[in-house]
Design a binder for this molecule. Structure first.
Ligand SMILES: [Zn+2]
Length: 161
């Protein structure tokens, strides 16, 4: 009998091929061991979890005033914090598919104060391109190989301007 895996949303059990891995935080331990905190979701729960996380263009999700306040300049972003940024997509640096089949795209983004690397997953990789201006709300900043990188984060929103 095939082993069944639990959906992290509805707790129903599915074959692994029916589940979608949601990227979580990537944890790197001092000894170099790396794991991620992502969880598996069935299609319905995945859709539910991600419906507010797609890129929106000039419509859709209402953003609270308090979330628009406090735009951080790129030069001032701090590691392990959430930030709101207004930035231009300067170029796509790379795209790769990891061993779990997840696509990871890296983009150089910036404002007048500096540049930072934005890391996006899966279908989000296709939804922005060079020249776009984005409003990233609740992006999460981490350090990787000595560089600051920003991810959308679980609660984040990327809005095309
Ligand atoms: Zn489910």
């Amino acid at each position: 009998m095939d082993r069944l895996f639990k959906c992290a949303g509805c707790n129903n059990k599915f074959e692994i091929t029916k589940l979608i891995r949601m990227p979580g935080e990537t944890i790197v331990q001092p000894d170099g061991f790396t794991f991620d905190t992502g969880q598996n979701y069935c299609q319905a729960c995945f859709d539910q979890q991600t419906k507010d996380n797609i890129l929106l263009k000039d419509k859709g999700k209402k953003i609270k005033e308090t979330e628009i306040d406090g735009i951080t300049q790129v030069k001032d972003v701090l590691i392990n914090t959430n930030v709101n940024l207004l930035a231009d997509i300067k170029r796509k640096i790379s795209e790769k598919t990891n061993e779990k089949g997840l696509r990871i795209g890296e983009f150089k983004i910036g404002d007048e104060s500096g540049d930072i690397i934005l890391v996006l997953w899966n279908e989000l990789v296709d939804l922005i391109k060079e020249g776009d201006k984005i409003h990233l709300i609740r992006g999460y900043v981490r350090e990787w190989n000595g560089e600051k990188r920003i991810t959308k984060g679980k609660q984040g929103i990327i809005k095309k301007m």
